[in-house]
Design a protein around this ligand. Structure first.
Ligand code: SF4
Length: 292
């Protein structure tokens, strides 16, 4: 056999000399065929694998693209969400600001209202005070125009009647001294005559006449003042009179041994029982007058 064709279509031209050789060549051809077959299979497999890999790579690429697109969409969504959040926060802030401004405006309105009310009240009070002041001034003028009982008395009485004023069953010298001492006790502040007359249980008329008498005697001065809307007099001490009244009962004046009495002698005021009794009696009398 000169020409022989195998399954793959390759033409092999061999010179076959013997059966053994033929067998060997056949085996070699078989082996080559198997090798080629294997290579072909491998090639097909590789191609298929390549295709699969390509498909996989394409899929991966597509997935990646998809993932990136998704990522982009997600990012866009996240950005939008962020922007929305920002917007919402800004709106919230703006709303809060607006609410605060509204609150402030309302508070200001309230304060303004309060101020206006206070102003109104103050004005009303001022008006009331002015009216009161006017009324007081009118009253004062009216009162000033009035004459005091003392002024009327001064007009009605003569100087002799003023100086010679007496109260029934009263030791006037004692009363004058007592009242003068009491007024002196108030020093430069003086005392309102009505308070003094109350202390002495004197009527207003007697008190007024006594004050006139004391003034004429030069013991006191009288200051005309408006007290609680009424005219009265503040009595102030001018001088405390020296009176012999305080020693008129002294035992020394009628003492039979007065000529022998001296501070260093046997008969002496230091040891005299009459003097001691007199001093004690005078003290008691003075105390009882003060408590009256
Ligand atoms: S102190 Fe006595 S003793 Fe001397 S004169 Fe007077 S009363 Fe007389």
């Amino acid at each position: 056999m000169k020409d022989w064709e195998n399954n793959s279509g390759f033409m092999v031209k061999k010179e076959i000399t013997s059966a053994a050789k033929l067998k060997k060549e056949l085996e070699e051809a078989k082996a080559e065929l198997a090798s080629r077959n294997k290579k072909l299979k491998l090639s097909v497999k590789t191609e298929a694998k390549k295709k699969v890999d390509k498909k996989k790579a394409d899929k991966k690429k597509a997935d990646k693209k998809k993932a990136e697109a998704k990522k982009k969409v997600d990012k866009k969504k996240a950005d939008k969400k962020k922007a929305d959040k920002k917007k919402a926060e800004a709106k919230k802030k703006a709303d809060k600001k607006k609410a605060e401004a509204k609150k402030k405006a309302e508070a200001k309105k309230k304060v303004d209202k309060k101020k206006a009310e206070a102003k109104k009240k103050a004005e009303a009070k001022k008006k009331e005070e002015e009216a009161k002041k006017k009324e007081e001034e009118a009253k004062k003028k009216e009162e000033e125009a009035k004459r005091t009982p003392e002024e009327e008395l001064e007009e009605q009485l003569t100087e002799e009647e003023i100086i010679g004023f007496q109260i029934d069953k009263t030791d006037m010298d004692k009363l004058v001294n007592r009242v003068t001492e009491m007024i002196a006790g108030y020093t430069t502040k003086g005392i309102l005559q009505n308070i003094l007359w109350r202390k002495l249980k004197l009527s207003s008329r007697d008190g007024s006449r006594l004050a006139l008498k004391l003034e004429r005697m030069g013991n006191i001065t009288r200051e005309k003042i408006l007290e609680n809307g009424r005219w009265t007099y503040l009595l102030l001490i001018k001088k405390i009179p020296i009176s012999t009244k305080s020693i008129e009962n002294a035992p020394c004046l009628v003492c039979p041994v007065e000529g022998k009495c001296s501070t260093d002698g046997e008969i002496s005021p230091k040891t005299c029982v009459y003097i001691e009794d007199w001093v004690l009696t005078e003290l008691k009398t003075k105390k009882s007058h003060e408590t009256d």
